[in-house]
Ligand binder design. Structure first.
Ligand code: PGA
Length: 255
């Protein structure tokens, strides 16, 4: 059975003290039995790079994993300001976001760069959560399926099946990210089923049914239950609502 995952993308929020406090609150809640029914759900937090090492240590026995929001497409060397996948892994992270729409649009990350980042992650035993999504314009002009297929084709389909099995996909329509507008459960399910079909055509039924596909974009404690009950939605990548322990926990409990 494919994994159910709830991941919190903290983006460029929270100073060190606030980040520690938030994780501590989640751990306390977990230990006090608040998440006892959620043991089988993979829980991941994506803090800024700076906190990965200390938060990984703090989360060590809590059942919560830590990931990075980005990584370099290069292995090492003279690339001032960059952070490599190997550095991230050496600080205790297990996951890495690749191709978040904010990286694609504000930092000009291309399909080619993202394909290299996915490779760097896999080489260093980080599970990439590969983000894809269409803009409102693209959806309104009925190009959304073609855009998603293109992003997957160019970012992931250079991988061998064995490598692909270590990848998680997050469908995040750009028009839903941070806007308070969520894709309807029908819209999200339709796209997730489409993504699974593309995987089926490329890698066959075993890879298609084993790949976790998360929904992201204004997912919150009110709409998570309906979204997570869709057959092809395996969890969520949560931005704003992951910054409050209570909201994030209630999303985890929405399965
Ligand atoms: P949001 O962000 O939940 O605040 O819309 C999701 C994301 O960008 O991963």
């Amino acid at each position: 059975m494919r994994k159910k995952i709830v991941a919190g993308n903290w983006k460029m929020n929270l100073n060190s003290e606030a980040a520690n406090l938030l994780l501590q609150e989640l751990i306390t809640y977990s230990k006090n039995g608040g998440l006892e029914t959620a043991n089988q759900i993979v829980k991941i937090l994506f803090p800024p790079y700076l906190y990965i090492q200390s938060l990984s240590a703090l989360a060590a026995t809590s059942g919560i994993s830590i990931g990075a929001q980005n990584c370099s497409d290069k292995e090492f060397g003279a690339f001032t300001g960059e952070v490599s996948a190997s550095m991230i892994a050496s600080c205790g992270a297990k996951y890495c976001l690749v191709g978040h729409s904010e990286r694609r649009s504000y930092f000009g990350e291309t399909d080619h760069t993202l394909a290299l980042k996915v490779e760097q992650c896999l080489k260093n035993n980080l599970i990439p959560i590969f983000c894809i999504g269409e803009t409102l314009n693209e959806r309104n002009s009925n190009k959304h399926f073609a855009i998603i297929e293109h992003q997957i084709n160019h970012g992931l389909f250079h991988l061998a099946e064995q490598q692909f099995k270590n990848v998680v996909i997050a469908y995040e329509p750009v028009w839903a990210i941070g806007t308070g507008v969520t894709a309807s459960a029908d819209q999200a399910q339709e796209m997730h089923a489409f993504i699974r079909t593309i995987i089926l055509k490329k890698y066959g039924p075993s890879a298609a049914s084993a790949t976790s596909i998360l929904y992201g974009g204004s997912c919150n404690s009110k709409n998570a239950k309906e979204l997570f009950s869709c057959p092809d939605i395996d969890g969520g990548l949560i931005g704003g609502a992951s910054l409050k322990a209570e909201d994030f926990i209630s999303i985890i409990k929405s399965f």
